[in-house]
Design a protein around this ligand. Structure first.
Ligand SMILES: Nc1ncnc2c1ncn2[C@@H]1O[C@H](COP(=O)(O)OP(=O)(O)OP(=O)(O)O)[C@@H](O)[C@H]1O
Ligand SMILES: [Mg+2]
Ligand SMILES: [Zn+2]
Length: 159
């Protein structure tokens, strides 16, 4: 470890989400519902130098392991992230996130008339990933293209 690196407390069990694209760390926190409320040690590092010219965000979460839905959200917000599972202070497993061809449930269709937004029908959303580069999702039910650029962003203040 170089002298310029700050030593942050290690976690004994949990998850390190590394190589999050610069600027997306807080959105990942929001999308995974991480707010420190469960009392576990959570460290967030933003704009960490990574390579010669790049920067990245890193999130370390004690006692939390990501469910499939979490991993899918992560794949949408931070497609270059790696998920490192820590057990007994050591790296036990390293995974790249990968975008599935379809995403069920976690994104809501933006079309208010879509059947998936009808309170009575209880139909879960299904989004087809139609462009992996610009990340376009298309509702399987009504065809609306979902703008994912705002996912995980804090909602704009009303008024
Ligand atoms: N016990 C721990 N507590 C907190 N963070 C840890 C712990 N063990 C490893 N990490 C972090 O997990 C990430 C992955 O660790 P690893 O040793 O694989 O680093 P790496 O070789 O730089 O990985 P990569 O090639 O993905 O960049 C790093 O950000 C590292 O700091
Ligand atoms: Mg590294
Ligand atoms: Zn729809």
């Amino acid at each position: 470890m170089r002298e310029s690196e700050l030593i942050v407390r290690r976690i004994s069990e949990g998850t390190v989400i590394d190589h999050i694209d610069e600027g997306m760390g807080l959105r990942v926190l929001g999308a995974l519902g991480i707010d420190g409320g469960d009392g576990g040690l959570t460290t967030v590092a933003l704009n960490v130098p990574s390579g010669k010219f790049k920067k990245k965000d890193i999130i370390k979460i004690e006692d939390r392991f990501l469910a499939d839905d979490d991993t899918n959200k992560l794949a949408v917000i931070a497609p270059r992230a790696t998920v490192n599972i820590i057990r007994n202070y050591k790296l036990a497993e390293k995974r790249r996130v990968s975008l599935p061809n379809e995403i069920e449930r976690i994104f809501r269709c933006s079309n208010p008339d879509c059947i998936t937004n009808s309170g009575r029908e209880h139909i879960e959303s299904v989004m087809d990933v139609i462009d992996r580069e610009v990340l376009a999702l298309k509702c399987r039910y009504c065809g609306r293209i979902l703008d994912v650029s705002g996912i995980g962003r804090a909602p704009a203040a009303a008024g």
